[in-house]
Design a protein around this ligand. Sequence first.
Ligand code: SF4
Ligand code: SF3
Length: 554
Amino acid sequence: MFCYQCEQTAHSKKNGIGCQTAQGVCGKDATTADLQDLMTYSVKGIAQYAKLARELGHTDNEADVFILYGLFTTLTNVNFNADRFVELIAEAKQIRDRLREAYEHAAVEQNVPIETPEGPAVWEPATVKAGLLLQVEHAAIDKDLDIVGEDIVGLRAMMLYGLKGVAAYCYHAHVLGYQNEEVFERIEKALDLLANEPTDAELLLGGCLEVGAINLKVMELLDAANTGQFGAQEAGAARTTAVKGKAILVSGHDMQDLYDLLEQTKDTGINIYTHGEMLPAHAYPKLKAYPHLIGNYGTAWQNQHMEFAAFPGAIIMTSNCLIEPQDSYKDRIFTAGPVGWPGVPHLEHGDFTLAIEGAKAAEGFTEDEEEKSVMVGFGRHTVLSVADKVVEAVKSGDISHFFVVGGCDGAAPGRNYYTELVEQTPDDTVVLTLGCGKYRFNDQDLGDIAGIPRLLDVGQCNDTYSAIQIALALAKEFDCGVNDLPLSYMVSWFEQKAVAVLLSLLSLGIKGIHLGPTLPGFITPNLLNILVETFDIKPNGVASEDLAKALAQQ
Ligand code: SF4
Ligand code: SF3
């Protein structure tokens, strides 16, 4: 195996950067890692034919959605079930071959020469796991490292990982009933480019920015899906302490799963708690209307061993980030959607019966804890509804600077940087936050400025879309560019959605982004030079010093 797609990736003196032994740092074994590479390879093959077929007017929605799902399953902390990948690779071959037939048929009909793409388009996967594992040399991200060098491999990786993030967000939007043909077309084109294994750095850099631009569209689509289905976010408090009674904890990003669960539990007396990236659910009117959506329990994904063990009910993982379930709760955790762990029951088709039974069998909370809460719901609708107040506060000097402190959380010790940073922000500054990185500081009371809270929780990591809309609206009000606003971006990355978000910010031309806690392994020293020269990317330093520099730049 060779994998360096997340921030946790191994660093070894002997082999450099990348997980490449029997097991990755995340717990993914070498077999699953290799099968995930083949899964990604298979998806590229589908995209090659989807692109050709689309050019001749033939589309295949099942294939478009499979591409999203297939990539999503390979994200960090999503699916650790090797057998599932054997099934998915077989399914991918069927879909690709169906598309090839449709394409060739259309070409004959339209009297155009038939193209015969290479690589993943013609790969014949073995039908059993052992055979597949012998084929992995086709698919490894570093397979031609010795020939093309680490910069090209790094650029391909950045583009691919960004696409994985795009696929995850796009799949969430699809599940909510929102999709877009132009987005499918651009995703497939980008995958086709990667399938051809380009060696031109300029082309790949352009490809990375295109992935960022696609991700902007996709985050917009997901925003439309979330607000279209559940209403615009509203500011309010989310309880963070337990209430007596049976309980289910929902983690991940999939709001449709949460909605289905709320419906299926509404007369059962079971309380539903959010975890991790599900916290923003408490801001959506149609979700918070369910009185048994009782609160949020716990913090970000890396604390789940302790938090899940202490939770006396059933637990559902709807997307990343899952880590190896411990014996103390293995019998009451369930996976859904693209998530999987060998031996953990998978909930199919939005049917949560097994988890409901699990919650009934578990003890539940035996008493009420003292009530505590955090504020949520400062998406673009909430913030822009008081835009005139915000603008006035900036003009009067009451607000001197804005920070977007957002992205992933993780286990690295350096992540205290974000707690320190937010704690040290001056009283006349406002912090917008999003993603699970917020748990480092979202329980802090930073007070308010002229009635505007100093700490605004914008939502999930995909709600970067909201933060961008807020920035664009402010730039319009002040008749300046986004880079001229007194606004700094402090992005914390862990997995591939954060790569997609970073590329989106770069595609908008946003400069001076602080990126941490450490730089991705696929950003080689040469790539870093390019990113610094072109986008003024700033690797994290010391929080107090970075803060002072950011404030000095306004
Ligand atoms: Fe290593 Fe991250 Fe890949 Fe897991 S996902 S194998 S921790 S780089
Ligand atoms: Fe967190 Fe996994 Fe990325 Fe959506 S839940 S931000 S790390």
